[in-house]
Design a binder for this molecule. Structure first.
Ligand code: NDP
Ligand code: 2IT
Length: 444
């Protein structure tokens, strides 16, 4: 049996009931065949794939906090420190009821390759909790964040592990988490990114994932002889990534026509009103029904359905496995030319294969959504230098990083005989840098 097949089998056997984790590992390892098979002995001897798929450590803990009725509530807290061959552990925190070890491990594993692709000195990690910030008061969210950080603070630090936001963790949560870290450690350091601008945050970090996604999409189209201007764009989600993808799509002359949340979705043939969307989601923390009530051109439908709309470009920006085979078939049927993943692993394996075989340009999340973490590293740099850069300077760096990531994936795909397969290209380019650093650093 080939080394890759052996490791795949072991991962499934040793990590039962972790379907998201299996999916992420399978997608990466399958596409590494041309690299690994070239030098199978070296990788096998050094157990590189076993070490890459097994996290350095998994921190799992109880988070107790008191709700507004004086009742003590419990949640599961996690931090998966996956691999630090390239630099301190880096990756977001997700607060959502669906969080479990499978989700944490898939996200942490993906983060290794994403962070490597940025070319910056960061390892991969992910953390979070099954706590649901939705419907909680600010005080309850603060109580939870303080309790979660009380445990997490023992394991992080500006040169050790630097968390950030993800689903359910935005500016409010980052503020409470940072405040508690500072209180416990007595150290004012860049231990978390996505901070508010008044206390060490970077301009453009809030916008970075969405903007970066659209910069990369623009470059992918350009490289294939097309232009983003004039294209219609279907976006899913209405959180941090979706909002700023919609904003940048408008700025580059495209027309975003959909968005969604976990209750329903919006089709707005006149294009999504991004200022209204920000008001509804960022300020009022309301549902999309409030957007539809305020916008006569918008149609609200409950449930899912974003991918049934005719569009040129699809940007899934909500959550994992939200774009399924039937959605891919609908997109292809309507003439969609490109899909780029703003979320992590939003497209199922079957849907990805179908899109690629149908000639749709497809860019995986670990390349397309890397602008968030890349700008987090720019925030870390500014914190270390005790300085802050202008919006234009950070935005230019973000743009250049995204263009570079696309060309790395494109080049690696070409070099290894699968031109246009940006999934394989991103995995190969990300893997090569990590594997080289691991081999150089000896057995650990
Ligand atoms: P937010 O919490 O800001 O927004 C998440 C959005 O997705 C909301 O509209 C939410 O709807 C929707 N959503 C979440 N879970 C589900 C679900 N199970 N079913 C349907 N809709 C759902 O998160 P972000 O925008 O930060 O993250 C979105 C995606 O982007 C995630 O996959 C994340 O890992 C990825 N990502 C984020 C980065 C960042 O910098 N923030 C960087 C790179 C990737 P509702 O409000 O109803 O729950
Ligand atoms: O999935 C991701 O890349 C993030 N949630 C951002 C991580 C970060 O450290 O900025």
């Amino acid at each position: 049996m080939s080394y890759i097949d052996e490791v795949l089998q072991e991962v499934v056997q040793q990590n039962p009931n972790q379907p998201e984790f299996h999916q992420a590992v399978k997608e990466v390892l399958e596409s590494l065949r041309p690299v690994v098979e070239k030098d199978e002995n070296t990788y096998r001897q050094a157990a590189i794939l076993e070490r890459l798929t097994m996290p350095d450590r998994i921190i799992s803990f109880r988070v107790a906090w008191m709700d507004d009725n004086g009742k003590v509530q419990l949640n599961n807290g996690y931090r998966v420190q996956y691999n630090n061959a390239l630099g301190p552990y880096k990756g977001g925190l997700r607060f959502h009821p669906s969080v479990n070890l499978s989700v944490m491990k898939f996200l942490g594993f993906e983060q290794i390759f994403k962070n490597s692709l940025t070319g910056q000195p960061i390892g991969g990690a992910k953390g979070g909790s099954d706590f649901d910030p939705k419907g909680k008061s600010d005080r309850e969210v603060m109580a939870f964040c303080q309790s979660y950080m009380t445990e997490l603070s023992k394991h992080i630090g500006a040169d050790r592990d630097v968390p950030a936001g993800d689903i359910g963790v935005g500016a409010r949560e980052i503020g409470y988490l940072f405040g508690q870290y500072k209180r416990l450690s007595g150290v004012y350091e860049g231990v978390i990114t996505g901070k508010g601008l008044s206390y060490g945050g970077s301009l453009v970090r809030k916008e970075a994932t969405g903007y970066g996604l659209v910069y990369l999409t623009e470059e992918m189209l350009r490289s294939n002889g097309m232009d983003i201007a004039g294209k219609t764009v279907a976006v899913s989600g209405s959180g941090n990534v979706a909002i700023y993808a919609i904003e940048k799509a408008w700025q580059l002359g495209a027309k975003p026509i959909t968005c969604s949340d976990s209750s329903g979705w919006i089709y707005d043939p006149e294009g999504i009103d991004v200022e209204l969307l920000k008001q509804v989601k960022e300020v009022n923390r309301a549902r999309l029904t409030a957007y539809a009530e305020a916008r006569p051109s918008a149609q609200y439908r409950p449930g899912r359905g974003v991918w049934s709309v005719k569009c040129d470009i699809a940007l899934p920006c909500a959550t994992q496995n939200e774009l399924k085979l039937t959605d891919a078939q609908a997109l292809v049927g309507h003439g969609c030319i490109a899909v780029a993943e703003g979320a992590n692993m939003p497209t199922t394996m079957e849907a990805t294969t179908y899109l690629q075989q149908s000639g749709v340009l497809f860019c995986p999340g670990k390349a397309a959504n890397a602008g968030g973490v890349a700008t987090s590293v720019l925030e870390m740099g500014q914190n270390s230098q005790r300085t802050s850069w202008t919006f234009e300077k950070v935005d230019r760096k973000l743009h250049d990083i995204m263009v570079n990531i696309f060309h790395q994936a494109e080049e690696a795909a070409r070099e290894y005989g699968v031109p246009g397969d940006y999934v394989a290209g991103a995995n190969i380019a990300g893997f090569k840098r990590v594997a080289e650093a691991m081999l150089a650093q000896g057995i650990y």
